[in-house]
Write a protein that binds this ligand. Structure first.
Ligand code: GDP
Length: 297
Protein backbone atom coordinates (compact mmCIF):
# COMPACT_ATOMS: atom_id res chain seq x y z
CA UNK A 1 0.00 0.00 0.00
CA UNK A 2 0.93 3.65 -0.32
CA UNK A 3 2.36 5.60 2.55
CA UNK A 4 -0.19 7.99 3.94
CA UNK A 5 -0.16 11.52 2.63
CA UNK A 6 0.81 12.79 6.09
CA UNK A 7 3.88 10.54 6.07
CA UNK A 8 4.84 11.56 2.56
CA UNK A 9 4.53 15.25 3.39
CA UNK A 10 6.54 14.67 6.54
CA UNK A 11 9.19 12.95 4.40
CA UNK A 12 9.55 15.89 2.02
CA UNK A 13 10.20 18.21 4.91
CA UNK A 14 12.27 15.98 7.16
CA UNK A 15 15.52 17.18 5.66
CA UNK A 16 14.51 20.77 6.27
CA UNK A 17 13.65 20.44 9.92
CA UNK A 18 13.89 23.68 11.82
CA UNK A 19 14.62 26.13 9.01
CA UNK A 20 12.82 29.49 9.18
CA UNK A 21 10.12 29.95 6.58
CA UNK A 22 8.46 27.53 4.14
CA UNK A 23 10.29 28.01 0.85
CA UNK A 24 8.53 27.95 -2.49
CA UNK A 25 10.50 25.00 -3.90
CA UNK A 26 9.93 22.89 -0.79
CA UNK A 27 6.23 23.66 -0.83
CA UNK A 28 6.05 22.77 -4.52
CA UNK A 29 7.75 19.43 -3.82
CA UNK A 30 5.24 18.77 -1.08
CA UNK A 31 2.35 19.73 -3.32
CA UNK A 32 3.45 17.14 -5.85
CA UNK A 33 2.74 14.54 -3.15
CA UNK A 34 -0.61 16.16 -2.38
CA UNK A 35 -1.52 16.13 -6.05
CA UNK A 36 -0.69 12.43 -6.43
CA UNK A 37 -2.55 11.51 -3.26
CA UNK A 38 -5.69 13.40 -4.31
CA UNK A 39 -5.66 11.86 -7.78
CA UNK A 40 -5.24 8.43 -6.19
CA UNK A 41 -8.26 9.24 -4.02
CA UNK A 42 -10.19 9.86 -7.26
CA UNK A 43 -10.62 13.59 -6.82
CA UNK A 44 -11.49 15.34 -10.11
CA UNK A 45 -8.48 16.90 -11.84
CA UNK A 46 -9.73 20.53 -11.96
CA UNK A 47 -10.54 20.27 -8.25
CA UNK A 48 -7.04 18.96 -7.54
CA UNK A 49 -5.46 21.82 -9.48
CA UNK A 50 -7.48 24.46 -7.70
CA UNK A 51 -6.76 22.92 -4.34
CA UNK A 52 -3.02 22.67 -4.93
CA UNK A 53 -2.84 26.29 -6.12
CA UNK A 54 -4.72 27.57 -3.11
CA UNK A 55 -2.62 25.64 -0.64
CA UNK A 56 0.65 26.62 -2.32
CA UNK A 57 -0.27 30.27 -2.15
CA UNK A 58 -1.12 29.95 1.51
CA UNK A 59 1.95 27.96 2.50
CA UNK A 60 4.80 29.74 0.69
CA UNK A 61 6.54 32.18 2.95
CA UNK A 62 4.72 31.13 6.09
CA UNK A 63 7.14 31.13 8.98
CA UNK A 64 7.44 27.80 10.72
CA UNK A 65 6.16 27.71 14.26
CA UNK A 66 8.72 26.69 16.88
CA UNK A 67 6.55 23.91 18.26
CA UNK A 68 6.15 21.92 15.03
CA UNK A 69 8.30 20.65 12.17
CA UNK A 70 7.81 22.19 8.71
CA UNK A 71 6.26 18.86 7.65
CA UNK A 72 3.72 18.98 10.44
CA UNK A 73 2.92 22.56 9.58
CA UNK A 74 2.25 21.75 5.92
CA UNK A 75 0.11 18.77 6.95
CA UNK A 76 -1.92 21.19 9.06
CA UNK A 77 -2.28 23.68 6.21
CA UNK A 78 -3.40 20.89 3.86
CA UNK A 79 -5.77 19.50 6.49
CA UNK A 80 -7.37 22.90 7.12
CA UNK A 81 -7.78 23.49 3.38
CA UNK A 82 -9.41 20.06 2.94
CA UNK A 83 -11.84 20.73 5.79
CA UNK A 84 -12.65 24.13 4.30
CA UNK A 85 -13.23 22.62 0.88
CA UNK A 86 -15.48 19.93 2.32
CA UNK A 87 -17.69 22.55 3.90
CA UNK A 88 -15.90 23.87 6.97
CA UNK A 89 -16.24 22.95 10.62
CA UNK A 90 -20.01 22.98 10.77
CA UNK A 91 -22.28 20.14 9.71
CA UNK A 92 -25.30 21.32 7.73
CA UNK A 93 -28.61 19.84 8.78
CA UNK A 94 -32.07 19.80 7.23
CA UNK A 95 -34.29 22.85 6.95
CA UNK A 96 -37.54 21.71 8.51
CA UNK A 97 -39.02 24.89 9.94
CA UNK A 98 -41.07 25.91 6.89
CA UNK A 99 -44.86 25.61 6.87
CA UNK A 100 -45.91 21.96 7.10
CA UNK A 101 -46.00 19.71 5.28
CA UNK A 102 -42.34 20.44 4.57
CA UNK A 103 -41.41 18.51 1.45
CA UNK A 104 -38.08 16.73 1.02
CA UNK A 105 -37.54 15.49 -2.50
CA UNK A 106 -35.02 12.71 -2.92
CA UNK A 107 -33.35 12.42 -6.32
CA UNK A 108 -30.60 10.27 -7.79
CA UNK A 109 -29.80 7.31 -9.94
CA UNK A 110 -31.13 3.82 -9.41
CA UNK A 111 -28.97 1.87 -6.99
CA UNK A 112 -27.48 4.95 -5.35
CA UNK A 113 -29.24 4.14 -2.08
CA UNK A 114 -32.05 6.65 -2.54
CA UNK A 115 -34.91 4.55 -1.14
CA UNK A 116 -32.87 3.32 1.81
CA UNK A 117 -31.78 6.91 2.55
CA UNK A 118 -35.41 8.09 2.40
CA UNK A 119 -36.24 5.56 5.11
CA UNK A 120 -33.20 6.53 7.17
CA UNK A 121 -34.03 10.24 7.00
CA UNK A 122 -37.70 9.67 7.84
CA UNK A 123 -36.66 7.77 10.93
CA UNK A 124 -34.15 10.46 11.87
CA UNK A 125 -36.76 13.20 11.45
CA UNK A 126 -39.07 11.41 13.84
CA UNK A 127 -36.42 10.34 16.38
CA UNK A 128 -34.14 13.37 16.41
CA UNK A 129 -36.44 16.20 15.38
CA UNK A 130 -39.62 14.90 17.01
CA UNK A 131 -41.62 15.55 13.85
CA UNK A 132 -44.23 13.43 12.12
CA UNK A 133 -42.91 12.19 8.77
CA UNK A 134 -44.59 10.44 5.86
CA UNK A 135 -42.97 8.78 2.85
CA UNK A 136 -44.25 8.37 -0.69
CA UNK A 137 -42.60 6.45 -3.51
CA UNK A 138 -42.86 8.03 -6.93
CA UNK A 139 -40.70 5.34 -8.45
CA UNK A 140 -42.95 3.65 -10.98
CA UNK A 141 -40.01 2.40 -13.08
CA UNK A 142 -38.17 0.03 -10.84
CA UNK A 143 -40.20 -3.08 -10.09
CA UNK A 144 -41.07 -3.30 -6.40
CA UNK A 145 -39.61 0.12 -5.53
CA UNK A 146 -42.90 1.26 -4.05
CA UNK A 147 -43.20 -1.94 -2.05
CA UNK A 148 -39.61 -1.51 -0.81
CA UNK A 149 -40.53 1.86 0.68
CA UNK A 150 -43.68 0.40 2.23
CA UNK A 151 -41.53 -2.27 3.93
CA UNK A 152 -39.15 0.42 5.21
CA UNK A 153 -42.20 2.26 6.56
CA UNK A 154 -43.32 -0.84 8.43
CA UNK A 155 -39.84 -1.40 9.85
CA UNK A 156 -39.54 2.16 11.09
CA UNK A 157 -43.15 2.82 11.97
CA UNK A 158 -43.26 5.74 9.53
CA UNK A 159 -46.45 6.21 7.51
CA UNK A 160 -46.23 5.60 3.77
CA UNK A 161 -48.67 6.69 1.11
CA UNK A 162 -50.83 3.72 0.06
CA UNK A 163 -49.86 2.43 -3.38
CA UNK A 164 -52.25 2.82 -6.30
CA UNK A 165 -50.96 0.73 -9.16
CA UNK A 166 -50.57 2.52 -12.47
CA UNK A 167 -50.60 6.06 -11.05
CA UNK A 168 -47.99 8.40 -12.53
CA UNK A 169 -45.36 10.27 -10.42
CA UNK A 170 -46.92 13.74 -10.62
CA UNK A 171 -50.32 12.37 -9.61
CA UNK A 172 -48.75 10.41 -6.77
CA UNK A 173 -47.04 13.60 -5.57
CA UNK A 174 -50.38 15.45 -5.60
CA UNK A 175 -52.06 12.67 -3.69
CA UNK A 176 -49.18 12.59 -1.20
CA UNK A 177 -49.46 16.31 -0.54
CA UNK A 178 -53.17 16.02 0.03
CA UNK A 179 -52.78 13.06 2.36
CA UNK A 180 -50.02 14.85 4.28
CA UNK A 181 -52.23 17.88 4.84
CA UNK A 182 -55.18 15.77 5.95
CA UNK A 183 -53.06 13.74 8.36
CA UNK A 184 -51.21 16.75 9.82
CA UNK A 185 -47.86 15.42 8.61
CA UNK A 186 -44.88 17.68 9.38
CA UNK A 187 -42.46 16.36 6.77
CA UNK A 188 -43.29 14.59 3.51
CA UNK A 189 -40.44 12.68 1.87
CA UNK A 190 -40.86 12.05 -1.85
CA UNK A 191 -38.72 9.23 -3.20
CA UNK A 192 -38.54 10.04 -6.91
CA UNK A 193 -37.72 7.54 -9.64
CA UNK A 194 -34.12 6.62 -10.34
CA UNK A 195 -32.76 5.53 -13.70
CA UNK A 196 -29.64 3.67 -14.59
CA UNK A 197 -28.34 6.72 -16.44
CA UNK A 198 -29.16 10.39 -16.36
CA UNK A 199 -31.76 10.96 -19.07
CA UNK A 200 -34.07 13.76 -20.08
CA UNK A 201 -37.26 11.93 -19.20
CA UNK A 202 -36.00 11.47 -15.65
CA UNK A 203 -35.10 15.15 -15.43
CA UNK A 204 -38.45 16.33 -16.83
CA UNK A 205 -40.39 14.12 -14.47
CA UNK A 206 -38.32 15.33 -11.53
CA UNK A 207 -38.88 18.97 -12.47
CA UNK A 208 -42.64 18.44 -12.80
CA UNK A 209 -42.75 16.85 -9.34
CA UNK A 210 -40.66 19.69 -7.95
CA UNK A 211 -42.99 22.30 -9.41
CA UNK A 212 -46.11 20.94 -7.83
CA UNK A 213 -44.60 19.94 -4.48
CA UNK A 214 -42.31 22.98 -3.93
CA UNK A 215 -39.75 21.10 -1.85
CA UNK A 216 -37.87 22.84 0.94
CA UNK A 217 -35.09 20.32 0.49
CA UNK A 218 -34.03 18.64 -2.74
CA UNK A 219 -31.39 16.10 -1.80
CA UNK A 220 -29.25 14.31 -4.32
CA UNK A 221 -28.27 10.82 -3.24
CA UNK A 222 -25.02 9.55 -4.72
CA UNK A 223 -22.92 6.48 -4.14
CA UNK A 224 -19.50 7.56 -2.89
CA UNK A 225 -17.94 4.35 -4.17
CA UNK A 226 -18.54 5.37 -7.77
CA UNK A 227 -15.96 8.18 -7.48
CA UNK A 228 -15.77 10.29 -10.63
CA UNK A 229 -19.09 8.91 -11.91
CA UNK A 230 -20.79 10.20 -8.79
CA UNK A 231 -19.35 13.63 -9.52
CA UNK A 232 -20.58 13.54 -13.13
CA UNK A 233 -24.05 12.55 -11.92
CA UNK A 234 -24.02 15.43 -9.45
CA UNK A 235 -23.00 17.84 -12.17
CA UNK A 236 -25.87 16.71 -14.42
CA UNK A 237 -28.47 16.96 -11.69
CA UNK A 238 -27.33 20.32 -10.37
CA UNK A 239 -27.53 21.71 -13.91
CA UNK A 240 -31.22 20.74 -14.09
CA UNK A 241 -32.61 21.34 -10.64
CA UNK A 242 -31.90 23.45 -7.58
CA UNK A 243 -30.35 21.03 -5.15
CA UNK A 244 -30.18 21.99 -1.49
CA UNK A 245 -27.72 19.30 -0.55
CA UNK A 246 -26.12 15.95 -1.18
CA UNK A 247 -26.21 12.64 0.66
CA UNK A 248 -23.18 10.44 0.09
CA UNK A 249 -24.02 6.79 0.60
CA UNK A 250 -21.69 3.86 1.21
CA UNK A 251 -19.20 5.98 3.09
CA UNK A 252 -18.62 2.81 5.11
CA UNK A 253 -16.86 1.41 2.05
CA UNK A 254 -15.18 4.53 0.66
CA UNK A 255 -11.59 4.31 1.75
CA UNK A 256 -10.40 7.70 0.61
CA UNK A 257 -13.23 10.18 0.37
CA UNK A 258 -12.28 11.62 -3.00
CA UNK A 259 -15.88 11.75 -4.20
CA UNK A 260 -16.76 13.91 -1.22
CA UNK A 261 -14.09 16.45 -2.04
CA UNK A 262 -15.08 16.77 -5.69
CA UNK A 263 -18.79 16.75 -4.92
CA UNK A 264 -18.68 19.85 -2.82
CA UNK A 265 -16.50 21.69 -5.32
CA UNK A 266 -18.60 20.70 -8.34
CA UNK A 267 -22.11 21.24 -6.99
CA UNK A 268 -21.34 24.08 -4.59
CA UNK A 269 -23.89 22.46 -2.28
CA UNK A 270 -23.28 21.08 1.18
CA UNK A 271 -22.95 17.37 1.76
CA UNK A 272 -25.52 17.03 4.51
CA UNK A 273 -25.37 13.35 5.39
CA UNK A 274 -23.22 10.29 4.99
CA UNK A 275 -24.75 6.82 4.67
CA UNK A 276 -22.61 4.43 6.69
CA UNK A 277 -24.23 1.02 6.20
CA UNK A 278 -27.31 -0.91 5.18
CA UNK A 279 -29.10 -0.65 8.52
CA UNK A 280 -31.87 1.90 8.94
CA UNK A 281 -29.92 3.90 11.54
CA UNK A 282 -26.68 3.91 9.50
CA UNK A 283 -26.72 7.58 8.61
CA UNK A 284 -24.86 10.47 10.17
CA UNK A 285 -24.32 14.16 9.60
CA UNK A 286 -21.43 14.67 7.21
CA UNK A 287 -18.24 15.55 9.08
CA UNK A 288 -15.68 17.38 6.90
CA UNK A 289 -12.96 16.82 9.52
CA UNK A 290 -13.30 13.04 9.45
CA UNK A 291 -13.15 12.91 5.66
CA UNK A 292 -10.14 15.24 5.59
CA UNK A 293 -8.50 12.84 8.07
CA UNK A 294 -9.17 9.90 5.74
CA UNK A 295 -7.66 11.68 2.77
CA UNK A 296 -4.55 12.63 4.74
CA UNK A 297 -4.30 9.09 6.13
P1 GDP B 1 -32.10 3.03 -4.89
O1 GDP B 1 -32.26 2.23 -6.14
O2 GDP B 1 -31.28 4.26 -5.13
O3 GDP B 1 -33.37 3.35 -4.20
O4 GDP B 1 -31.20 2.15 -3.92
P2 GDP B 1 -31.56 1.31 -2.61
O5 GDP B 1 -32.00 2.23 -1.51
O6 GDP B 1 -32.47 0.19 -2.96
O7 GDP B 1 -30.11 0.77 -2.19
C1 GDP B 1 -29.38 -0.14 -2.98
C2 GDP B 1 -28.52 -1.00 -2.05
O8 GDP B 1 -27.55 -0.21 -1.40
C3 GDP B 1 -29.31 -1.68 -0.94
O9 GDP B 1 -28.84 -3.01 -0.80
C4 GDP B 1 -28.97 -0.86 0.30
O10 GDP B 1 -29.04 -1.61 1.48
C5 GDP B 1 -27.56 -0.42 -0.01
N1 GDP B 1 -27.16 0.82 0.69
C6 GDP B 1 -27.79 2.02 0.69
N2 GDP B 1 -27.12 2.94 1.41
C7 GDP B 1 -26.00 2.31 1.88
C8 GDP B 1 -24.87 2.73 2.69
O11 GDP B 1 -24.74 3.88 3.14
N3 GDP B 1 -23.92 1.78 2.95
C9 GDP B 1 -24.03 0.50 2.47
N4 GDP B 1 -23.04 -0.36 2.76
N5 GDP B 1 -25.05 0.08 1.71
C10 GDP B 1 -26.03 0.96 1.41
Amino acid sequence: MFDSLSDRLGGVFDKLRGRGALKEQDVRDAMREVRIALLEADVALPVVRRFVDQVTEKAVGQSVLKSVTPGQQVVKIVNDALVEMLGGEETVGLTLDARPPVVIMMVGLQGSGKTTTTGKLARLIREKHGKKPMMASLDVNRPAAQEQLAVLGEQTGVATLPIIQGQQPVDIARRALQAAKLQAIDVLLLDTAGRLHVDQQLMDEMKAVSEISEPTETLLVVDSLTGQDAVNVAQSFSGEIDLTGVVLTRMDGDARGGAALSMRAVTGKPIKFAGTGEKIDAIEPFHPKRVAGRILG
